[in-house]
Design a protein. Structure first.
Lengths: 274, 471
């Protein structure tokens, strides 16, 4: 059965788009609807996220892209009166099922937030937090290895290896955000969600995070929400354009930015609204 | 007629004077400004109301300042004049005896009490009333002139370019500053008098003996070893915190992390009602309900222990008033301090930290335990310190339910006494200000003040440091 039943524009997208390197779709979303109380924030969105690739969600403020992102690790559960309908399949299992434990799901789907939010703990303990609560390390040496590996992957090891006991909040904004990425990686997730990870950072720190995202692409399925269209163009392979809670267009990043099919997409990326 | 004016209650007269002259001044200033507005072609600098306020300020502020001076000095002035007029036989009285004689004159003046007394006393009382009336009348006349003069001076200065608005703003600032100054001066005055009387006490009793002595018998034996009082205070505060810290903290966590907004809207105000119950009510609750209950339980415990052969004589003191009763009830009393403040600091922990923990797959209790509480810890500690200082200074509950025996005993069912209880018992009844018994109350007060101040200062510093971290 076809994985998409959304708007006509994207139905043939999913059919014709070349799949990612190994051809696997990491996450399949079918007919997602999100309600805040009576208000509907997401209208019947269906899309899939390929493995080992970066998918960017773009759109004007309030278009529902962050809300949609938060469906993927059920973070919307923590919001009072927020209701999610539809199926989100990971490895053939619907993560919205009653019997799926959101705690386990979130250990598979990591998340990086808009504002760097290190815990008020040491750099080491920030990284070790996830492995500890999930029992991923056998003993101190194992944990040390996980911390080092995560920090190396996040490109932060060289900068902090001599002061792992310093508080995480003592780092600069860009370093804090890489610390948060390292913290997410440490739990060995399959998917990493990023909610405007660079919006609080200066251009140099942003460039480093973008490099990092490019490095991480070879291992993870990455979904990034961004307000910067240049950023979407730079880091992502696929782009989805949201407007007013609808998925307007989904396609190869190149195609979306050079040859959008929808009028609304074209208007948005050329800066005519939003 | 002026004589009779002096016998009227001065407080009301002063208030009436300020109100009448103040409102009259306002209208005079405003009417004059409105006339200026009509007669002038250019724009006025300030609105007529500001001119009114300006004149009113001149009519009232000097009056209030002089009235305060009156309240401070009038009695002394009357007494010094009266002393000069006393018959020579009074010269052999010591200053303290003279003061207490004059005090009895003041109490008797204008009441039926002076009628039955001896003739000299009656004469002195009448003369006191006369003098007092004179001072009052003089003050009222002076204040009336001052107010009228203020109005006259101020309204003459009004003209279209007069910067009344700026001056009123400055005046307001001055008034606010003076009010703040009163609070500071009062605090300083209280601390200084506490220090002064304590020094007098420490001239009679060595500070070392006072702080380290273990025998306290101020009422009868003049033994001033305050250690048992410090111990009792500490013991009861400790029991109180053992109750208040977990209950307060856990209810704060429940309220801020688990309760639905509806439950929160109900529970939080109810918890805060606890803080609104008068401490004397807690006191008789402790005395009539908790203390007998503890006594019964302690007696049962003793009997059981003896019956089982675990002890040959009673283990617990099982007294009708006990440290445990006072401590438990005091713990209930300070719960809202802990819960309310902790709730605030827990709510101040940024949501992004909780999100970060959830996104890593932490459960709710893991998030609370490992992220939220550690992040809020400085604030929680500050809340606990404030609660401790509250518990140490609390009086009514311990007066009623803790007992009066100054002893050092680890048995929570024995009666203990605290600093505050002793201050109360030292200051009630017959007191003389040269008696070490009375002075020791000031020394105890000083210790209490220093301890609670230290707790508060540390708590506030901790809170401040914590605020800087997240803002």
């Amino acid at each position: 059965m076809d994985t998409t039943q959304g708007t006509p524009a994207m139905m043939d997208d999913t059919l014709t788009l070349p799949r990612s390197a190994d051809g696997a779709q990491r996450i399949d979303c079918r007919n997602i609807k999100v309600f805040y109380g009576q208000a509907q924030a997401i209208h019947d969105v269906s899309m899939s996220f390929p493995d080992r690739a970066v998918t960017a969600l773009i759109g004007p403020s309030g278009c529902g892209k962050s809300t949609f992102l938060r469906c993927l690790n059920r973070m919307n559960d923590t919001i009072e009166n927020c209701r999610v309908e539809g199926e989100i399949l990971m490895d053939g299992e619907n993560i919205n099922d009653e019997d799926v434990d959101p705690v386990l799901l979130r250990s598979r789907v990591g998340m990086v937030f808009q504002k760097p939010n290190p815990f008020p703990k040491s750099i080491y303990d920030n990284i070790a937090y996830g492995p500890r609560i999930h029992g991923l390390a056998n003993g101190r040496e194992d944990l040390d290895a996980i911390v080092e590996k995560s920090l190396r992957r996040a490109g932060l090891w060289e900068e902090v290896k001599d002061r792992l006991t310093a508080p995480g909040t003592s780092l600069s904004g860009g370093q804090q955000q890489r610390l948060c990425i390292a913290r997410a990686i440490a739990v060995q997730p399959e998917v990493i969600l990023m909610d405007e990870p660079c919006s609080a950072l200066d251009p140099i720190a942003t460039a480093r995070i973008e490099e990092l995202i490019d490095d991480l692409r070879s291992r993870y399925c990455i979904v990034i929400v961004t307000h910067s269209m240049q950023q979407a163009a730079r880091v992502s392979q696929r782009t989805a354009f949201f407007h007013l809670g609808n998925l307007v267009e989904l396609g190869d990043t190149n195609q979306i930015f050079t040859n959008p099919r929808e009028k609304r997409t074209e208007d948005y990326i050329t800066g005519r609204f939003g | 007629m002026l004589q009779q004016l002096g016998q009227l209650p001065m407080g009301w007269l002063l208030i009436a004077l300020v109100a009448v002259f103040g409102s009259a001044a306002f209208f005079i200033g405003r009417v004059r400004a409105e006339r200026l507005l009509v007669s002038t072609t250019s724009r006025m600098h300030s609105r007529p109301n500001y001119h009114g306020y300006y004149v009113a300020m001149w009519a009232t502020v000097p009056v209030v300042i002089v009235a305060i001076a009156y309240a401070i000095f009038a009695e002394d002035l009357t007494r010094s004049q009266l002393t000069r007029e006393l018959p020579s036989s009074f010269a052999r009285l010591s200053p303290a005896e003279l003061q207490s004689y004059l005090e009895s004159v003041r109490m008797a003046a204008g009441t039926a009490a002076s009628a039955g007394a001896d003739r000299v006393f009656q004469a002195i009382t009448n003369r006191y009333l006369e003098l007092r009336g004179l001072v009052n009348t003089g003050t009222l006349v002076l204040l009336g002139l001052l107010a009228a003069g203020g109005i006259f001076f101020a309204q003459r200065r009004l003209h279209p370019n007069f910067r009344a608005r700026a001056l009123v703003e400055n005046g307001m600032q001055l008034v606010l500053f003076l009010c703040a100054g009163v609070a500071i001066a009062t605090t300083a005055g209280i601390v200084l008098s506490l220090l002064y009387e304590s020094l007098l006490f420490f001239q009679k009793v060595s500070a070392w003996d006072f702080l380290t002595g273990t025998r306290w018998n101020a009422q009868t034996e003049a033994e001033f070893g305050a250690l048992p009082l410090f111990f009792g205070t500490f013991m009861i505060a400790l029991i109180a915190m053992l109750v208040a810290a977990p209950i307060g903290l856990f209810s704060a966590i429940f309220l801020s992390e688990y309760a639905s907004p509806r439950a929160r809207a109900w529970i939080k105000p109810i918890l805060e009602i606890l803080a609104g119950i008068p401490t004397v009510v807690y006191g008789f609750f402790a005395l009539l309900v908790v203390a007998p209950g503890i006594r019964t339980a302690a007696i049962w415990f003793n009997e059981t222990a003896i019956r089982l052969g675990l002890a040959s004589e009673p283990i617990l003191a099982a007294q009708p008033t006990s440290a445990l009763a006072a401590g438990l009830v005091m713990g209930i009393m300070v719960i809202p301090f802990v819960s309310s403040l902790s709730d605030d600091v827990i709510n101040a922990v940024p949501q992004t930290l909780r999100d970060a923990a959830y996104a890593l797959g932490a459960t709710k209790s893991e998030t609370v335990k490992q992220v939220v509480v550690p992040a809020a810890l400085p604030g929680i500690i500050a809340a606990l310190l404030l609660a401790v200082s509250r518990a140490i200074g609390e009086t009514m509950i311990v007066v009623m339910a803790a007992g009066k025996s100054a002893r050092i005993s680890m048995d929570p069912t024995s009666d203990l006494t605290t600093i505050t209880v002793q201050i109360v018992s030292l200051m009630t009844g017959e007191t003389g200000f040269d008696d070490p018994k009375t002075l020791s109350a000031f020394a105890l007060g000083l210790v209490l003040f220093i301890v609670t101040l230290a707790f508060n200062v540390v708590a506030l510093r901790v809170v401040k440091k914590y605020r800087e971290k997240y803002d």
